[in-house]
Design a binder for this molecule. Structure first.
Ligand code: ZN
Ligand code: ZN
Length: 81
């Protein structure tokens, strides 16, 4: 059986770092806390979004999740680029 590994976009809810991986990235190395707090934003794709709250840019298939923003309210405010 062929198993395809989908690339997903993760953003840290503490430091707003972005990683594109097939699984949750390592938790060490957070600049704002003891560990990264990775939140999966969605599947990696061609649609570009920027968050007005924390400023991160992601390339997503479909609509990115609002969870895990470092800005007040803790929800990303996505606008398509
Ligand atoms: Zn972090
Ligand atoms: Zn944000």
């Amino acid at each position: 059986m062929h198993k395809s590994k989908l690339l997903k976009v993760y953003a840290c809810a503490n430091c707003a770092e972005v990683e594109v991986k097939t699984a949750t990235p390592k938790i060490r190395g957070c600049k704002k806390s003891s560990f990264h707090n990775w939140v999966c934003i969605g599947e990696h794709g061609l649609d570009k979004y920027v968050c007005k709250g924390c400023g991160i840019k992601v390339k997503i298939y479909g609509t990115p999740s609002p969870e895990g923003c470092t800005a007040e309210g803790k929800l990303h405010t996505w606008s398509k680029v």
